[in-house]
Design a binder for this molecule. Structure first.
Ligand code: HEC
Ligand code: HEC
Ligand code: HEC
Ligand code: HEC
Ligand code: HEC
Length: 202
């Protein structure tokens, strides 16, 4: 089983070492909280995504491979979740910090990795499309959701409470209807948090 060790950042580029080892990872956070190193994500092609829940993304990006199989912590990519309202979406550069060196050469890499590298190569070419993920959870503009307040109160693994078990999703879909105010209010009642209209509405 391979695992990742984040060894540091150099000139803005994250240096990663891929360790070929049979030893269990102890440094990386396991988002699902179990001994799951032996779990290999199924091989799926982009053409299989139609059968999966959730919107099809421009690149078939798999949380089950990244977050569960390779144990990359959620906050490696959603870098601002504990300090800002918006959790952050990884840049192309973050993806390429790994995919310039792993997943094989262009002739051997999987089609979806080649797609990623094409976006990277063409990033400064204004005639080419930019990589834009389809957003899944979005509140109306009159409502306000601060991620950091929730992560501070509920811990770094609280994601699952609202988003479901994303680490096991080959394609992300919405588990809870976050656009239903009752979803927010019922937990705020349970946890004795403010229900003042002005806390959530501008
Ligand atoms: C290697 C980077 C990476 C890691 C690690 C990662 N994510 Fe993501 N995440 C993404 C990208 C890219 C998207 C946008 C594409 C998509 O929806 O699949 C995304 C989308 C999401 C979304 C949907 C956002 C929306 O549009 O509403 C949720 C929820 C999410 N991630 C939660 C998690 C959780 C929880 C973890 C840890 C268990 C995690 N992510 C780990 C890169 C990552
Ligand atoms: C910390 C390292 C790391 C980062 C960051 C990362 N990946 Fe990966 N990715 C992996 C590993 C490990 C694999 C599985 C082994 C392989 O395919 O080489 C993988 C596999 C993939 C695959 C192939 C999945 C399949 O079907 O086999 C795609 C596509 C992909 N990543 C896209 C992305 C995108 C898009 C981003 C940025 C949002 C990203 N990755 C960020 C490590 C990373
Ligand atoms: C209490 C519920 C709750 C928790 C806990 C929570 N989220 Fe969210 N998340 C939401 C809501 C609501 C939205 C939509 C926010 C909006 O539109 O302003 C959202 C949106 C997102 C998005 C989309 C952001 C974008 O820019 O596309 C990502 C990614 C995400 N969450 C990741 C995470 C991660 C990772 C964690 C855990 C570290 C987490 N969330 C914890 C409720 C939650
Ligand atoms: C699973 C429980 C849970 C859910 C669901 C939840 N919250 Fe919260 N929320 C909390 C907790 C706990 C706090 C308290 C944080 C603290 O004490 O600082 C909080 C705090 C807040 C605050 C800051 C309150 C203040 O006093 O400044 C806002 C704003 C907020 N939540 C909005 C929302 C919205 C909007 C939703 C629905 C989209 C939502 N929350 C869903 C648990 C939840
Ligand atoms: C904990 C956060 C929270 C609190 C407190 C809260 N709301 Fe909301 N409210 C929301 C969210 C989230 C939505 C859904 C936004 C969307 O459509 O994406 C919403 C939607 C609404 C809507 C639009 C209609 C609907 O039902 O979707 C109205 C009107 C509304 N709220 C009024 C109020 C009033 C009045 C109060 C005070 C009594 C209040 N809200 C308190 C989070 C909150």
């Amino acid at each position: 089983m391979r695992k990742f060790v984040v060894v540091g950042s150099l000139a803005g580029t994250i240096a990663l070492v891929i360790v070929a080892t049979g030893i269990h990872s102890t440094s990386a956070q396991d988002p699902a909280g179990g001994a799951l190193d032996s779990l290999a994500a199924p091989t799926l092609a982009a053409s299989d995504t139609a059968a999966l829940k959730g919107p099809r993304q421009p690149i078939f990006f798999r949380h089950d491979i990244h977050a569960l199989q390779f144990k990359i912590p959620c906050q490696y990519c959603h870098y601002s979740v504990s300090v800002a309202s918006e959790p952050g979406i990884p840049s192309l550069q973050t993806c390429m910090g790994c995919h310039l060196v792993i997943s094989g050469t262009d002739s051997t890499a999987r089609a979806e990795v080649r797609k990623l590298r094409t976006y990277w190569r063409e990033k400064n070419d204004s005639t080419k499309p930019k990589l834009e993920w389809t957003r899944i959870h979005t509140l109306a503009r009159h409502a306000h959701f601060p991620h950091m307040r929730h992560i501070k109160a509920m811990g770094p693994n609280a994601c699952q409470t609202c988003h479901g078990d994303v680490a096991r999703m080959p394609q992300v879909f919405q588990v809870n209807n976050v656009n239903n105010m009752g979803f927010c209010i019922s937990c705020h009642i349970e946890r004795k948090v403010s229900r003042d209209c002005s806390v959530c509405h501008y």
